[in-house]
Design a protein around this ligand. Structure first.
Ligand code: 6PG
Length: 237
């Protein structure tokens, strides 16, 4: 069993189980929009970190119709696959296709991880870009069947120490492609809100292990306010 480094505070998790994906999506959308209103009211901008994979697609699609000032939003990415910038496998391409290319968010406000440059170079470049942000307003994350989140995988470095780098180069990732870039656990934890979206029976084991207190990457995301996990019944009870 992998021990979460003691440097991180214990994770506070609020579990929210929904009977179906529609009710989960409605709640997720309401949370994102509420966080955006609060952030824009408090500091004039909304810095959101986007999750990759397939689960967030419906949420991103529903954000197309949001009644908001898109010029105040800044879209960051929690991780990226090392592939050409426009490759369909890219998390940034998925977010553009489902949402970002359908709203008037300024191009300068979308901050893709330059993973086409290779993991090491991209990690250095993105860490430099992230210096302008102290805490994110909202971090969206998914959960893998092995308990990974972003591109923090079991058996790899999660960057969970307070002095860990902000961005990690990932090699030999068990979920293809093998080369990736990921914000570290400590950087993902510097957030006012962290929201996990988890759907499907395939995630049931990972949720059970997480609830059992085992050290999985998702359990190393420990922001001061705690994390909210929105899961459907298939993934939960
Ligand atoms: C990725 C994601 C990854 C994803 C989980 C869940 O690059 O694939 O960042 O962490 O969120 O693997 O993926 P699904 O939502 O497709 O189940």
């Amino acid at each position: 069993m992998i021990r979460v480094p003691s440097a991180l505070p214990a994770q506070t998790v609020r579990w929210h189980e929904f009977p179906d994906d529609t009710s989960l999506l409605a709640n997720a959308l309401a949370r994102v929009l509420a966080a955006s209103r609060d952030a824009i009211a408090q500091h004039g901008a909304f810095d959101i970190v986007l999750a990759g994979g397939n689960t967030p697609r419906k949420l991103y699609r529903s954000l197309r119709n949001a009644d908001t000032d898109w010029t105040r939003w800044h879209a960051w990415f929690g991780d990226e696959r090392c592939a050409p910038a426009d490759d369909p496998a890219r998390n940034s391409r998925m977010a553009r296709d489902e949402w970002l290319d359908h709203v008037s968010m300024p191009a300068a406000n979308v901050h893709p991880i330059p993973a086409e440059s290779g993991a090491r170079e991209a990690a250095v470049l993105y860490a430099r870009e992230l210096r302008s942000i102290d805490a994110f307003d909202l971090v969206l994350l998914g959960l893998g069947e092995d308990g990974h989140t972003a591109s923090l995988f079991p058996g790899h470095n999660w960057g969970a120490h307070t002095d860990s780098p902000d961005v990690l180069a990932v090699f030999k990732a068990p979920k293809p492609p093998p080369e990736r870039v990921s914000l570290s656990a400590q950087r993902l934890s510097r957030a006012r809100h962290v929201l996990f979206l988890v759907e499907g029976a395939g995630k049931r084991d990972a949720i059970a292990v997480w609830k059992g207190g085992d050290a999985i990457p998702a359990a190393s995301i420990a922001p001061e306010p705690g994390v909210d996990v929105l899961l459907d019944t298939a993934a939960g009870s």
